[in-house]
Design a binder for this molecule. Structure first.
Ligand code: PEP
Ligand code: MG
Length: 540
């Protein structure tokens, strides 16, 4: 029995086998070879193996993703049969005497470059396919191909670190929890794990290696530890603890239907954060008063290419309908940094967190933004929708957004398409700039939502993703409190409401302070709605 200690991120206990999903650390070096025939054979063998893998992935994913989404794997298979792609790799081997892996890496760069120069959106989506297929070939050629993302049975997923992209591709039915060597509690992978309500522990250290793949394990998200090969007594003890925890959860469910009122009679809205339409079920299960933050970028990350207006419309409509009149705040696209879509490949940046992300993308690419706005406005008649805009730093941005909204409304009017006239427009307060001009911003919007994850990162100049800086990344810092205080004061002076939707909203040690500061609503991972309700009801 071995125990690794880490940082708890999502509470709960998972018991099952460990499924180790490692990101391969591969280096492709150029080698000049004598035996080109052997390299050609290696390439074709890898190609056939990759086809077999893709066929298997298509079969298993079509069942739960749907045939349309799974069709990306068919497109990738076709690329492996593509005469030009094959010809290019063969030419590098035959004419330049390069090794197979290096030739594939060259093909990946060359074909991505070719597709990038074509302005067609459909062709652009092929860049991701070329990269994925080439990556698959390289893994096979480098002997690093344990790449299945589905263990075929419910397991505890373990990795060096997960990114949000990994998490969205796993078969959710088979994930019991997440354990990582590194990671940060406010990375989007951790946030997503919280949204899914799956026990998670990060920072378990380098020793948690692939040698434990398939071993029996206990992930304790209450304490922040991973026990591998537990002895019989430990297993029994932890099974009892798991039962107790579930019992506790059941007790919390008794708070369903109760108000979020402090002892002194103040009412606080408690909403849930979600990342896709499925999250609504959990939000309703835990009796959330509404959706305080729907991170719409996850729709983009789960899609093989930019989701169309109709695809988005259907998702927003479904969420609004299922929430049956309860508040639904949908945040527009917030891609960038650790939230990347396979088809969205901006130029490499030195400081991506300070770079081309969130509203900056939407305003620079109004076509993409207007597609989303049209979908949102069309869906608005199916429920109680508010729209939230991420990473705002100026009044000019708000005015530019409003101009595009006017255009969208004019288009819908001329098409005689209905939309709600009650949509409130809000902005995320997640930069010190937004806090400092919150008095001015408040005059142009209907509500603020404070994103404490980014606000802490930018106020303290601490990368929210860097596990080495975890002790410095604290929402307890007086500067972060002051930022919240200024924001609430300016919001209320202007007569608008202010919510907190960052992870700090679920930190029960902050609840009393946030209530004292005058916060109107707190939005948290669905499984934290009832613990937060309990805490609010205990507050004076
Ligand atoms: C935040 O920054 O606090 C926030 C809610 O947005 P995200 O975590 O998606 O960046
Ligand atoms: Mg943010």
């Amino acid at each position: 029995m071995v125990t690794f200690k880490g940082t708890k991120v999502v509470s709960g206990i998972a018991i099952g086998r460990l499924f180790v999903y490692m990101h391969p650390d591969r280096q492709i070096s150029r080698a000049t070879v004598e035996d080109t025939q052997a390299q050609l054979e290696a390439f074709h063998e890898a190609r056939l193996k990759a086809v077999e893998q893709l066929e298997a992935i298509y079969e298993s994913s079509a069942a739960y993703l749907g045939e349309q989404s799974a069709s990306i794997f068919v497109a990738q298979e076709m690329l492996l049969e593509d005469a030009q792609y094959i010809g290019y790799v063969e030419k590098q081997i035959k004419e330049n005497n390069y090794n197979a892996a290096y030739s594939v890496a060259l093909a990946s760069d060359e074909f991505s470059r070719l597709f990038t120069s074509i302005e067609d959106k459909y062709m652009q989506s092929h860049i991701a396919d070329v990269k994925d297929v080439s990556e698959r070939l390289l893994r096979i050629l480098c002997g690093l191909e344990s790449e299945t993302t589905d263990p075929g049975e419910p397991c505890i997923f373990a990795s060096d670190d997960f990114n949000a992209g990994d998490i969205v591709q796993f078969n959710r039915e088979n994930v019991l929890g997440f354990a990582t060597m590194f990671g940060s509690p406010v990375s989007h992978a951790s946030i997503l794990a919280g949204t899914m309500g799956l026990p998670s522990v990060i920072g378990l250290g380098q020793e948690m290696l692939s040698i434990y793949d398939g071993h029996m394990a206990i992930l304790n998200g209450i304490k922040g530890e991973l026990i591998i090969d537990p002895d019989k007594r430990t297993l029994e003890r932890m099974k009892r603890k798991q039962k107790d925890y579930e019992e506790q959860q059941r007790m919390l469910l008794l708070l369903k239907g109760k108000n979020n009122v402090t002892k002194s009679g103040r009412y606080i809205n408690v909403y849930a954060n979600i990342g896709n339409a499925e999250g609504v079920e959990t939000a309703l299960l835990y009796d959330a008063g509404g959706i305080g933050l729907f991170r719409s970028e996850f729709i983009y990350m789960e899609s093989p290419t930019y989701p169309s207006e109709d695809e988005q419309f259907m998702i927003y409509k479904e969420v609004l309908e299922k929430m049956r009149g309860r508040k639904v705040i949908i945040r527009t696209l917030d891609l960038g940094t650790d939230k990347q879509a396979s088809y969205f490949r901006p130029e490499k940046e030195v400081n991506p967190a300070l770079g081309y992300r969130a509203i900056r993308i939407s305003l620079a690419q109004p076509g993409i933004f207007k597609t989303q706005l049209r979908a949102l406005y069309r869906a608005s008649v199916y429920g109680n929708l508010d729209i939230l805009f991420p990473l705002i730093i100026s009044v000019d941005e708000v005015l530019a957004i409003k101009k595009l909204i006017r255009e969208v409304k004019d288009e819908l009017d001329s098409e005689k398409t209905e939309y709600s006239s009650d949509i409130r427009l809000g902005i995320m307060i997640e930069t010190p700039a937004a806090v400092m001009i919150s008095d001015k911003l408040a005059k142009h919007v209907d509500f603020f939502s404070i994103g404490t994850n980014d606000l802490t990162q930018y106020t303290l100049a601490i990368d929210r993703q860097n596990p080495k800086l975890e002790t410095y990344f604290t929402t307890m810092h007086p500067a972060v409190y002051k930022m919240i205080e200024i924001t609430v004061e300016n919001a209320h002076k202007a007569g608008i409401t202010v919510d907190i939707c960052g992870e700090a909203a679920a930190d029960l040690s902050h609840t009393a302070d946030y209530i004292n500061l005058g916060i109107d609503a707190l939005s948290v991972a669905p499984n934290m709605v009832l613990p937060l309700r309990k805490k609010i009801r205990e507050c004076d």
